[in-house]
Every structure is written in C-alpha cells, then in structure tokens.
Design a protein around this ligand. Sequence first.
Ligand code: URA
Length: 242
Amino acid sequence: MEKTMRLDKFLCACLDISRKEAKELVKKGRIQIEGKTVKKSDQRIQTETDTVLWDGKELFFEEFHYLMLHKPAGVISATKDRQERTVIDLIKESYKEKLFPAGRLDKDTEGLLLLTDDGELAHNLLSPKKHVEKTYFAKVLGKIGQEAVNAFSEGVPIGNGETAKPAVLEIIDSRQEESKVLITITEGKFHQIKRMMKAVGSEVLYLKRISMGSLSLDETLPLGKYRKLSNDEIQKLKEETC
Ligand code: URA
C-alpha cells in the first residue's frame, strides 16, 4: 500500500467521489488532518498514521475490499451476465463493480463465497500449489459407507480422464434414502464434488460450502447477505496463502 498519498486521491478512494468533489470538500473546510482544517487538496498525507476527518468522521483508506457472501442458489458466480443474476447483483456497495468472486460455486450451490478486488489473494487461494482446503456440507442420495470414505482418501476418478486428489469424506448421517456428509478437497475442478459423489455411486442433492482455508461461513449471515471480512480474517487468509 502507498504510504503517502495526495489528499484528493485519498478522499476519492474513501468516499467514492470524483476528484472535483474531493477538491470541493477541501475548499469548503470540511476536511481536517491531525486536527487542522486543510486548504490544499494536493497536499500529501501519511495513509497509515495521519488522522483525516470528514465533517468530524474519521476516514480509513482501504486498498482492497473483501466481502463474505452467503451465496443462495439461483445466482451465478460471475460478475456480469446478460440473462442470469450474478453474485455481484446481490452487492450494494459503491465499489461493487471492482469485485469478482474468488472461485466459483455452481448456480445451485449455496454457501461461502469470497468477493474481492485483491487479485493476488484470489489467485493464491485458488492456486492448486497452495492446497487451500475447501469444506462442503452435502446431502447426497443413498447410504454412504466406509468404502466411499476410503475411495475419497485415495482419490476417485471423476471422468474426462481426471482423478480427484485425495480428499476427506466424513459421514454425519447415513440413511437408505439420503445421507449427510462433509467433504474437504484441496482443488476446485468443475463440478468437483458432484463428480466425486457420482464416482462412489451417489448423487448430490444439496451442496453448501462452509469454509475455505481459515475462513468459515458466518452462519448468522442470511442467504443472499454479505459482510466485510474482519482484519483478522484477511490477515489469516494472506498468511496461509503467501
Ligand atoms: N463442487 C461442485 O460440484 N459444485 C460446486 O459448486 C462446488 C464444488
């Protein structure tokens, strides 16, 4: 992050306003730095240490944005689409156009989706080299037994000549008609969980991602809602993928 920045640029970034509007705020005496009302919008500020007030409210510069979305079924993991509603359509923030989903969930999958404009973090989270664990809760067709657990731990064939890397399958509840399981994988191949369940003779009926690395879905978030990641959550994700 830039340690010093022109005041007008800082104001534009924090308040999502134009350069002209930023200059206007300064001119009207509505901006204070370190307790003093400033006159010049081209002066430089220390982004990490200077206290900048706008009408008495402190402004904080965020280089990147990180939102945790509880994705509902029925929206696609894309930024724009002519026909379908996208995950970005659920966001109300002024900076929403900059965001993209870090990885994809199928249209009918629910759960944790990170939306960010931090390309480096998104790239690292998705890189197969980083082995970031993703855990899914699934309702699947039929009984699931130890054979499936063993097959997952060895890596199952998922079609198109591909084999899934060893994964962890935990059985929560196994019944004749429907079972509940947790699956942890370190890759993100197209329809991966669905293809893995098919490989052991089952079928996914419902799928929800509950974690990605150290980041867990905030269960207080209703479907379709989002919140900012805490600094601690961002820090941990960066540390585990650097
Ligand atoms: N695996 C799938 O099959 N679908 C998803 O949305 C995510 C993982």
